[in-house]
Design a protein around this ligand. Sequence first.
Ligand code: GLN
Length: 454
Amino acid sequence: AEAFNANVAAAKALNAFIVETPEQALGAAKQADADRAAGTLKPLSGVPIGMKDLFATKGVQTTAASHMLEGFVPRYESTVSQKLWDAGAGMLGKLNLDQFAMGSSNETSFFGNVISPWKRNDGGNAALAPGGSSGGSSAAIAARLCPAATGTDTGGSIRQPAAFTGISGIKPTYGRCSRWGIVAFASSLDQAGPMARDVRDCAIMLQNMAGFDPKDATSLDLPVPNWEAALSSDLKGKKVGIPREYRLEGIDPDIDAMWDAGIAMLKDAGAEVVEISLPHTKYALPAYYIIAPAEASSNLARYDGVRYGLRDLPQGAGLQDMYAATRAEGFGPEVKRRIMIGTYVLSAGFYDAYYTQAQKVRTLISRDFSAAFERCDVILAPTAPSAAFGLGEKTADPLSMYLNDVFAVPASLAGLPAMSVPAALNREGLPLGLQIIGKAFDEQGVLNAGLAIE
Ligand code: GLN
């Protein structure tokens, strides 16, 4: 923990942490020493981890990278973080992210962007995005500031930043990890999961994050299997589906080459590869960018200047003025854009044309996956259509930013487990990630295929 704390101080330039809590990590390390002496070591004893600043941590500021929640100190602990502390882990600090987890580059944070530790091999020094929204998590792990971190994934926020920084991350089946105490973005999509250097570490972390929680109405009441014990890269008898609709025209040839190399690796591991079709794929991104903002506009109604965080009460102002002033000041531009889109698609005149239609598409996407999984055990596809892009490159054009989520959102809409593992470096020397999508509850199949690739 001391070495990690030194690293954290040395790497401030990356801006990965919003708050540092070295004393908590050191406390866990001391406790681990005592537990070792007493023979009562726990699965994560003394492991210093980073916590995405979307998880409520008792007594430690929790901001969702927003001005709205700046200075908000929860009186409660999220279920997932509590489970990690119960397993012996210690917190190094709260990690930066896109504001309210809305973004794909970590550039919407009120606390400034995060810089990826990766550079292009062109000799230049251009600062690259670490991906988003879990960009503090991905950068901190890639820079070796912590061995593992939590992430959340609503439409790719674990997988895409993992791919951009050459690390691993898994979004489990919707409901595996409790949402209790995680700042809500889009509740029917939000799912926590681990990010780490390799598949095994992800399995160990997930083991200690997952589990039924009566405090979350959509929590899965299923036992948590021992994923680590059953890890195996032997894929004999397994079928891997390659979705033809993910072969996008005009995509970077390095992405296609990586995909083909991944297919070869899974064949080497004994798997049979079959082509599959997910015919409604092209509707997933538009459906996601209706459903996620709709739920966000509802979830973010709670920030009213009364209950949490910021309050802007102009002299002589009434209640409505306070709402307006607080929300105008507290939310960043991307969050406001989502609230406006969400309010629009839920409005009486447009509800059927947008929201109802998007929900129907969501059902079709789920059915596509169900049909595909009659023919295969896991699906292999790229995690993102590009490597890490430069900071500022996409900020002026939200649509091009949204397009980066094209391969990530289908599994989110269907609630399926999906993982990104580092698979190759492109011509510029930047990491690319492969995504493995599994059947509901089959995290094991996903992890095992990931192990065969990394
Ligand atoms: N990039 C997507 C968005 O901006 C996904 C974010 C996430 O998964 N939290 O909505």
